[in-house]
Design a protein around this ligand. Structure first.
Ligand SMILES: [Zn+2]
Length: 407
């Protein structure tokens, strides 16, 4: 990655980089599955206080109390008044990592940070993002850099359905107008849209009977579920779904049920999801899944003509969004990337991001990368120069200097 143009001394440049890297190396090994962010949040607090932030500027919200999963802590928020005027900016990243990251020992190999043991992921998703935001906040406080009003936000429980961002205390954020989120990919990427996702829970109820003595009395819940899933596959409503111009995905990801082969299975629990950028088509996918199960339940009868039944529940995990290129956060992020000599690339993604909920809350949020690769796997690695570039981009965005050469 290119180093930013500017007249900064080599020494200052090096200390910026050393500092950012040292912070990352401290952040990565701390366990912090979703709901267990207490330790990593404590480190973020400690670093901010060491940089000179007054304790009173640190707030946590009660997102964990509104989250169905509970959790150790809410989101961490630092809201700074501006030293000069301008619309408030918000920089954010999620703190939690997937369970596969617990116990990671990071090592540097060439330009990459990798897990030393091939049994854990790295957790660059999203400790790299959290470090970008933390390093930026510390730089501003420590060096007393001039800046417009700015809010820093570290969210919890992103990996389990964007719960921290979903339940964030909006009143504590100070009405930001330009919001930036760091989570995944190269530093020149701007994620300006993401898909929406339904979580689907299906309980199939059949009728138990002895599978050898009286199979004709039973209604197999497994048979019902199988017929339904087979139909979804045959009719093109499972996996990648393309119907004319409409595109989406569906996946039956969990199926549980049955205890013995000598019993006609009385119940099966199925969990599935449906995604599409188009809310109408997403609802259609959900409706097709429901129809397949309801019809399959009608089809399987016992000798008395009785059928099983289906309880179907679909909850919107997050809504899709699409930012216009004229959105101030997109314009500012584009300028920051260009000022550092990189080519901005706009992207739409098929996963959920904290930005989905922020945008749904009325805070349009662009998501930028910081060098994560192969996330959620033991092959995860982090491109260190990209992380450092992300730190420079973030500092410009926080200080409102995205259109200026660095002093
Ligand atoms: Zn992430």
């Amino acid at each position: 990655m290119a180093t930013p143009p500017g007249r900064k001394s080599r020494r200052a440049q090096r200390s910026f980089e050393d500092d950012a890297k040292a912070l990352l190396l401290e952040m990565i090994p701390i366990p912090g599955r979703s709901g267990e962010e207490g330790d990593v949040l404590a480190l973020v607090r400690q670093k901010l206080l060491e940089a000179g932030l007054p304790e009173a500027a640190l707030q946590t919200d009660s997102a964990h109390r509104r989250s169905p999963r509970g959790g150790q802590t809410g989101n961490l928020i630092v809201k700074l008044p501006g030293t000069r005027r301008g619309p408030r900016r918000l920089l954010m990243a999620h703190l939690d990592t997937v369970p596969l990251c617990v116990g990671v020992r990071p090592v540097q190999k060439g330009q990459f940070l990798r897990p030393q043991d091939r049994t854990t992921a790295l957790g660059g998703d999203n400790r790299a993002g959290a470090s970008v935001v933390l390093h930026t906040a510390c730089e501003i406080v420590r060096k007393q850099l001039p800046h417009p009003p700015v809010t820093f936000l570290w969210t919890v429980q992103e990996e389990v359905g964007l719960l921290g961002a979903r339940h964030v205390s909006l009143s504590k954020l100070g009405r930001p107008q330009l919001c930036f989120n760091w989570d995944g990919g190269d530093p020149n990427l701007l994620i300006v849209g993401a898909t929406g996702d339904y979580n689907i829970e299906i309980e199939v109820e059949g009728i138990a009977s002895h599978a050898g003595a009286h199979p004709e009395d039973g209604v197999s819940a497994i048979a019902i579920a199988s017929l339904a899933i087979a139909r979804l596959v045959q009719d093109g409503w499972h996996g990648l779904i393309e119907k004319g111009d409409d595109v989406g995905t569906a996946n039956v990801g969990v199926i549980e049920g049955g205890e013995a082969t000598n019993v006609v299975t009385p119940s099966v629990r199925v969990r599935a999801e449906a995604r599409s950028h188009d809310p109408k088509f997403r609802k259609r996918i959900v409706a097709e899944i429901r129809k397949a199960f309801v019809e399959a339940a009608r089809q399987v009868k016992n000798s008395q003509g009785r059928t099983g039944r289906v309880r179907f529940q679909a909850d919107l995990k997050y809504e899709s969004f699409r930012l216009s290129t004229a959105e101030p956060c997109v314009q500012a992020a584009t300028a920051a990337i260009e000022t550092l000599g990189l080519e901005p690339e706009l992207r739409i993604c098929n996963g959920g991001l904290d930005a989905n909920w922020m945008t749904a809350h009325g805070l349009p949020t662009v998501t930028l990368g910081c060098g994560q690769q192969g996330i959620h796997t033991v092959k995860e690695k982090l491109h260190i120069p990209s992380y450092l570039t992300a730190c420079r981009i973030a500092l410009r965005l926080a200080t409102g200097t995205e259109r200026e050469a660095m002093p």
